[in-house]
Design a protein around this ligand. Structure first.
Ligand code: NAD
Ligand code: ADE
Length: 417
């Protein structure tokens, strides 16, 4: 039985889902129409832990169109869209355990509820479902046909499980598909992180010094979009190659301890912990704004902020003011959780169309290859990655060139003419 905030929001949620699906032709039209005909997931139990958004709803409805039964829990206590959860819970074949503002215990209880459904296929965002299955439900994990992982942090955790030899089922790193990472992590997070900061604060970006921690796919997207709004962007990194890339992309690069003294807005995007901590809070300007786009709320080290503060109050929704001993005020957005999903609506539907097309096709691949794959971490098969790009271009009405036979031969030969 579903556990959601308010079933009365179902009608409103359905309209939001329809709006998302209008912008998700690959998942909600091309793949869904084929799934409806072929039923590749007939009778399959899918356990999913994803942000419960209108875009996730489009994926879930496509899995159900393919014949699956879906049990869905939230992948963050603050990211659930309650109207969407209600709409999904009202549909045949879908059960939901998610509401915005759940506490840590409720969050893990919902994940345990998914695990206890004995899923055949598991779809996770961040690795909490994979970890819970392995730690608390080893027998269920041993029976899982295969899993997928939506985000960088979850893939890191899966690879650590593989390295330790404890991974019990084959897992596909959907995050690492080119049609996911290059678009979702970069353009999706780039736009929606700025959107979250703007909705929470309504501040002007033009002329501000924005410090972006981490220059991976997410950091690149945020830095690019912040610059586009007239901000002066500083990047911090620990990887010398990525630091060089940021420099040559035209951004200032320096250690966080230097950036901390001059930044107006700080955005973490590293997937690492304690990236902004006591020594940095100590030198920040009065009024500095702190936001996180990385998966977990550990990048801005809140325990230090809590210890240093003499008082704390909520200024606006998702804006917490920490007053320090010397009178300076620092503003933490969205409790240090993913600002784009908490204070805004996450990535726009158009980009989730590609991420979730990879999820749907990877789930189908795992079912087709049941029993044939080792318990390892796999990349999304290149045919699926290419197919997602092909379908997206088709939906956008864009055609591209094809190699002529001489070019195919030329690209395969070493005696060049
Ligand atoms: P990535 O591995 O491509 O990039 C992370 C970068 O951070 C790397 O270049 C690394 O060197 C750097 N880094 C690590 N520790 C650092 C430190 N202490 N200081 C400065 N830089 C440091 O990963 P990514 O795909 O860009 O993802 C980053 C995070 O964002 C992950 O947690 C991922 O799960 C999450 N993510 C969030 C969303 C969202 O919707 N908010 C979307 C996609 C990914
Ligand atoms: N991750 C980032 N944006 C998202 C969205 N709109 N829906 C689900 N997961 C997301």
């Amino acid at each position: 039985m579903s556990k959601i905030r308010n079933p009365g929001l179902a009608e409103q949620g359905l309209v939001q889902i329809e709006w998302a699906e209008q912008h998700m032709p690959v998942v909600a039209k091309f793949i869904r129409e084929r799934f409806e005909k072929e039923k590749p997931l007939n009778g399959v139990i899918v356990g999913a832990v994803l942000h419960v958004t209108k875009e996730t709803a489009a994926l879930v409805r496509t899995l159900v169109a393919g014949g699956a039964r879906v049990f869905l829990a939230a992948s963050n206590p603050l990211s659930t869209q309650d109207d969407v959860a209600a709409a999904l819970a009202s549909q045949e074949g879908i059960e939901v355990c998610a509401w915005r503002g759940m506490n840590e215990k409720e969050y893990f209880d919902c994940i345990r509820w998914v695990a206890s459904q004995k899923p055949n296929i598991v779809i996770d965002d961040g690795g909490d479902l994979h970890a819970t299955l392995h730690k608390e439900f080893p027998d269920v994990a041993g029976q899982v046909w295969g899993g997928t992982e939506e985000t960088t942090t979850g893939v890191i955790r899966l690879r650590a499980m593989e390295k330790q030899g404890v991974l019990k089922y084959p897992a596909i790193a959907v995050n690492n598909a080119r049609t996911k990472m290059m678009f979702d992590n970069r353009y999706g997070t780039g736009q929606s992180t700025i959107d979250g900061i703007l909705r929470a604060t309504n501040i002007l970006f033009a002329g501000k010094k924005v410090v972006v921690a981490g220059y991976g796919w997410v950091g690149r997207g945020i830095a690019m979009r912040a610059r586009g709004m007239g901000a002066r962007v500083i990047v911090t990194e620990v990887d010398p190659i990525r630091a060089l890339e940021a420099l040559m992309d035209g951004f200032d690069v320096m250690p966080m301890i230097e950036a901390a003294k001059i930044g107006d807005i700080f955005i973490t995007a590293t997937g690492n912990k304690k990236v902004i901590r006591r020594e940095h809070f100590e030198v920040m300007k009065d009024g500095a704004i702190l936001a996180n786009a990385g998966h977990f709320n550990v990048e801005i080290w809140i325990p230090d902020l809590e210890e240093m503060a003499v008082s704390k109050r909520t200024i606006r929704k998702y804006v917490t003011e920490y007053k320090l001993k010397d009178g300076r005020k620092l503003y933490l957005l969205a409790e240090g959780r993913l600002v784009n999903l908490v204070a805004a609506e996450g990535h726009p539907s158009e980009v989730m169309d590609m991420s979730f097309a990879n999820q749907a096709l990877s789930a189908e691949y795992l079912v087709k290859n049941r029993g044939k794959l080792e318990p390892r971490v796999y990349l999304v098969p290149d045919e699926i990655d290419q197919e997602v790009a092909r379908l997206k271009l088709k939906a956008m009405g864009v055609e591209i060139d094809e190699l002529i036979p001489e070019q195919v031969e030329y690209l395969q030969s070493w005696q060049l003419e």
